[in-house]
Ligand binder design. Structure first.
Ligand code: GLN
Length: 228
């Protein structure tokens, strides 16, 4: 019936992993980026204050189930497996899994991943899942976040990093000697995750999201951070 409760009265508590630019990253102590702005706009619509908690990506779904956070916005891909544990709002953006390599890498396309390569991924992400499924867990090293996985690539601890396209572009821009392969690995939808016990919140968020899509707010937030 459209009623919902939140973890803290009058507050929308959102979890994210703030090492995933431009969706979420830190400016000083503050978490900023696309998801922070969309969450703020959603909270405003719902008449709630926004509080953002930074945690490992792989902890987000358990934090929702444990009632520590109301929602996560974390460039999180909607998957059937996750849907068994949380509900998702409607999608607000699209992501693509891409492959980052060093400029002189002998990995030229996604096909080369089969040649005994070691892939760096972020723990618990879809990139982690695809690489383990397609090439075997022994070819995959999982890091707590994307920034750390990219550091491992720079130090030759892995042969490539499989991660979402927009953070990949930010990491390549911020670090010399890296490039993104032309091949797209997998295309996905991002949405906010909400507890299965809080369908009223999902409904309220979906209504707010629709209004923010209709008035152009979502598109303008995306355009502000994503270079055409
Ligand atoms: N889109 C990917 C996923 O949902 C990665 C998200 C992230 O690392 N923040 O698994």
């Amino acid at each position: 019936d459209g009623t919902f409760t939140t973890v803290a009265d009058g507050v929308l508590t959102m979890g994210t992993n703030a090492a995933f630019p431009p969706y979420e990253y830190k400016e000083g102590d503050e978490v900023v980026g696309i998801d922070a702005e969309i969450a703020q706009a959603l909270a405003d619509k719902l008449g709630l204050k926004l509080e953002i908690l930074d945690m490992d990506f792989s902890s987000l779904i358990t934090a929702i189930q444990a009632g520590k956070i109301d929602i996560s916005l974390a460039g999180m891909t909607v998957t059937d497996e996750r849907k068994q544990n949380v509900d998702f709002t409607d999608s607000y953006a699209t992501g693509v899994q891409v492959i980052i390599v060093k400029n002189d890498s002998d990995i030229k396309s996604v096909d080369d991943l089969a040649n005994d390569k070691i892939m760096g991924v972020q723990e618990g992400t879809t990139g982690h899942l695809y690489c383990s499924d397609d090439y075997g867990e022994e070819h995959v090293i999982a890091y707590t976040n994307g920034a750390t996985a990219v550091q491992a690539l720079l130090q030759d601890k892995v042969d490539c990093v499989v991660i979402d396209q927009q953070p990949a572009e930010e990491f390549v821009e911020a670090n010399e000697g890296l490039k993104i392969l032309d091949t797209e690995y997998v295309v996905e939808d991002y949405a906010a995750a909400v507890s299965k016990d809080n369908p009223g919140l999902t409904a309220a968020l979906n209504q707010a999201l629709q209004e923010l899509k209709d008035d152009g707010t979502i598109q303008s937030i995306l355009d502000k951070y994503i270079k055409a």
